[in-house]
Design a protein around this ligand. Structure first.
Ligand SMILES: Cc1cc2nc3c(=O)[nH]c(=O)nc-3n(C[C@H](O)[C@H](O)[C@H](O)COP(=O)(O)O)c2cc1C
Length: 149
């Protein structure tokens, strides 16, 4: 069973609901998720054995939500060695923007640049297609859990 740090980026609450739902599904499967909102990079780095799961929306024009900005900035500035870290990304966005799910894409890139290894594909949830984003996340997390078992 895995320890997981769920790092949340949300302005209006949708990504928070997804994080809560995913955390309860992970718990039901016997894993140990912990939600970080707002997240501190230092806290996450203190647990290198835990898998990181970023769950973030996008705001502005492709921007990371305010509550996740310090985490992303520290990652970009400090460039920690994350070779031992495994992670996943659930991105929420609206496909009518050119910058669809750019917040999640940026976190994905920053983590990969620091050497972290992504487990499975990133999930990009188009909120225009999924009235309840938790449903899309639920389908994805079941497959993802098979990869972390
Ligand atoms: C002002 C504003 C700007 C947005 N900009 C983007 C964007 O650039 N790219 C994108 O994919 N979605 C964008 N969205 C859509 C949000 O990411 C989407 O509604 C998401 O579900 C919000 O999640 P949250 O409630 O957790 O913040 C924007 C939404 C708002 C209200």
């Amino acid at each position: 069973m895995a320890k997981l740090n769920l790092v949340v980026g949300s302005m209006l609450g949708a990504a928070e609901y997804v994080a809560d739902h995913v955390a309860s599904l992970l718990e039901q499967a016997g894993h140990q998720p912990k939600i970080h909102n707002p997240a501190s990079l230092a806290e996450v780095l203190a647990e290198p054995d835990a898998i990181l799961l970023v769950i973030t929306s996008t705001h502005g024009a492709g921007d990371i939500p305010d509550n996740l900005l310090p985490f992303a900035k520290d990652l970009a500035d400090q460039q920690p060695d994350l070779n031992a870290l495994k992670y996943g990304v659930i991105a929420l966005g609206d496909s009518s923007y050119d910058t669809f799910c750019q917040g999640g894409r940026t976190l994905d890139r920053l983590l990969a640049e620091c050497g972290a290894s992504r487990i499975g594909d990133r999930l990009d949830i188009d909120v225009t297609q999924h009235e309840i984003p938790e449903d899309a996340a639920e389908a994805w997390i079941h497959d993802w859990m098979a990869l972390i078992a």
